[in-house]
Design a protein around this ligand. Structure first.
Ligand code: SIN
Length: 513
């Protein structure tokens, strides 16, 4: 372990911060001592368990789904702009409690303060988007082939939406789904990661207060705490009309068929193995800055983290040298401390996976630069330097997503080869090209370019805005959440044909008399 002078906050201080934040948002949670019966609420900052919180039993899960299904009967006929008022109020409360919620995000997910605040800002943004959406759930009118007839499409609420989220975006991903589902007329039952229960309880306190303030039924939002067995109940319950799940490809492989089996709808946001191509014409300063944030931000634990750099041979050495040098200068340590840019990995398993991936890369002929564990004076927390790995080829380990700050570097000679490398992995979430050549940029975005759901030019692979639809192809699962027309996943469509004539012409000229 490399020596480091960083002093981490003590566990009592972290506990006090959590309690103060929960109190500020009005979350009245019975917090048990660590080790007491319940779900352990811990922090990757020191690796300590802070509290234990009540775990949802199978009966609690059933009751929450039943209550949400009951709330649906009233919520679906509440006018959409009135539903929007609930989400608008939630947005106001999030503005007021941005710091409190960000504190909990940093505590539980280990995100640096700026990124934690950014995550809460993303919640505020999606609330604003959803309020506007509540007046824009447009259907269309379609020309009918029959005289005196009109065809139209109407969109109706779908039912209870189950939301399963991961530790790395403990609040934003819930809000992408919940804000949109609620204006669409769907109650939401949320199972957050078992690693981030406190942030979830804080969100639930805020939405409950918002519902109270605007007179909406409280049961339109429920939260369930626990492990996979809670998630499985959401997956299998026929009252859950749409199951939106964020997590691993392994989890998606189980969830997708199980929901399909009962003809439920599913929205999957699974793994990413995102690449950026750096062409000879790229602006090197801009490219390196973007690469460093995309690869090392959130300690490499975003779905959209940059994991593969595909760089033209003519500029490869210069780009790699600059990225390595920038990585070496990144301040690593207490994510609450001003100036820190790299917080901890979420847990020991994440660290072991990183070590394993680097070992495999070495065995495949990769040259590993960085990636060492940093000594922070605590045994149970895992801080690492980001790693750059120059690979001779895109071997099996490069095809796998390792949730850690590892940037594999591959080189290319012509753009077709670079695009082929970009597309050669099973996942298809995010991708970027750095170029000042419009032909290259357009080619990357064309039908025979990147096969990902997110295709960027001259920005990194992470840091999506809520206005666009978020999600990806292939093993990423194909779902789209957040902005654009992703709301359509939360509604059912009816095609209406209206005959306002006194004749009964049949379509396609069919005669039946
Ligand atoms: C994610 O990576 O899961 C969140 C979105 C982003 O930062 O692009």
């Amino acid at each position: 372990m490399a020596a480091s002078p960083v002093i981490l906050p003590g566990v009592d201080e972290l506990r006090a911060r959590a309690q103060a934040a929960l109190r500020a948002v009005g979350a009245d949670v019975p917090l048990g001592a660590p080790g007491a019966h319940g779900l352990p609420a811990g922090t990757p900052i020191t690796g300590d368990v802070l509290f234990s919180v009540p775990e949802s039993s199978p009966a609690d899960t059933d009751a929450a789904i039943a209550a949400a299904a009951q709330a649906f009967t009233a919520w679906r006929t509440t006018p959409a702009p009135v539903r929007g008022a609930l989400v608008g109020r939630l947005g106001e409360l999030l503005v007021a409690h941005k710091r409190d919620l960000a504190t909990l995000v940093t505590l539980e997910a280990g995100k640096i303060t700026s990124e934690a605040l950014g995550e809460v800002q993303e919640m505020i943004d999606i609330c604003q988007f959803a309020v506007g959406l509540s007046r824009q759930l447009y259907g269309r009118t379609i020309a009918s082939e029959r005289p005196g007839h009109r065809l139209m499409e109407t969109w109706h609420p779908l039912g209870v939406v189950g939301v399963i989220t991961a530790f790395n975006f403990p609040v934003a991903v819930w809000s992408w789904n919940a804000a949109v589902a609620l204006v669409c007329g769907d109650p939401v039952v949320w199972k957050p990661s078992e690693l981030t229960p406190l942030t979830a309880l804080a969100c639930q306190a805020l939405i409950a207060r918002a519902a109270d303030d605007v007179g909406a039924p409280g049961d339109v939002s429920r939260v369930l705490l626990g492990g996979h067995e809670v998630g499985e109940r959401l997956v299998d319950d026929p009252r859950v009309a749409l199951l939106s799940a964020t997590g691993s490809v392994r989890m998606g492989r189980q969830v997708g068929p199980r929901v399909a089996q009962r003809f439920g709808k599913v929205l999957l946001e699974l793994g990413g193995n995102n690449a950026a191509i750096v062409t000879p014409s790229a602006d090197p300063d801009l490219a390196v800055r973007a690469i460093v944030f995309a690869a090392a931000g959130t300690a490499g634990q975003r779905c959209t983290t940059l994991r593969r750099l595909i760089v033209h041979t003519s500029v490869a050495d210069g780009v790699v040298e600059r990225v390595v040098s920038a990585f070496r200068q990144l301040p690593i340590g207490d994510p609450f401390a001003e100036g820190t840019l790299l917080g901890p990995l979420i847990h020991e398993t994440a660290y072991r996976e990183m070590v394993r991936a680097l070992d495999r890369a070495r065995a495949d002929g990769g040259e590993v630069i960085g990636g060492e564990r940093q000594d922070m004076g605590v045994d149970g927390a895992y801080y690492v330097a980001p790693a750059v790995v120059r690979m001779p080829a895109q071997t099996a380990i490069v095809h796998a997503e390792t949730f850690a700050p590892i940037l594999y570097v591959l080189t290319y000679e012509d753009l077709d080869e670079a695009i082929a490398l970009n597309n050669a992995v099973p996942q298809g979430l995010s991708s970027s090209i750095f170029t000042t050549d419009i032909r290259e940029a357009e080619r990357f975005m064309a039908a025979d370019g990147s096969d990902c759901g997110i295709v960027n030019v001259n920005i990194g692979t992470s840091g999506a805005e809520i206005g666009g639809a978020f999600g990806g192809e292939k093993h990423t699962g194909g779902g789209r959440e957040s902005g654009s027309d992703a709301w359509k996943a939360n509604m059912r469509r009816a095609t209406n044909t209206i005959n306002y004539s006194s004749e009964l012409p049949l379509a396609q000229g069919v005669r039946f008399a």
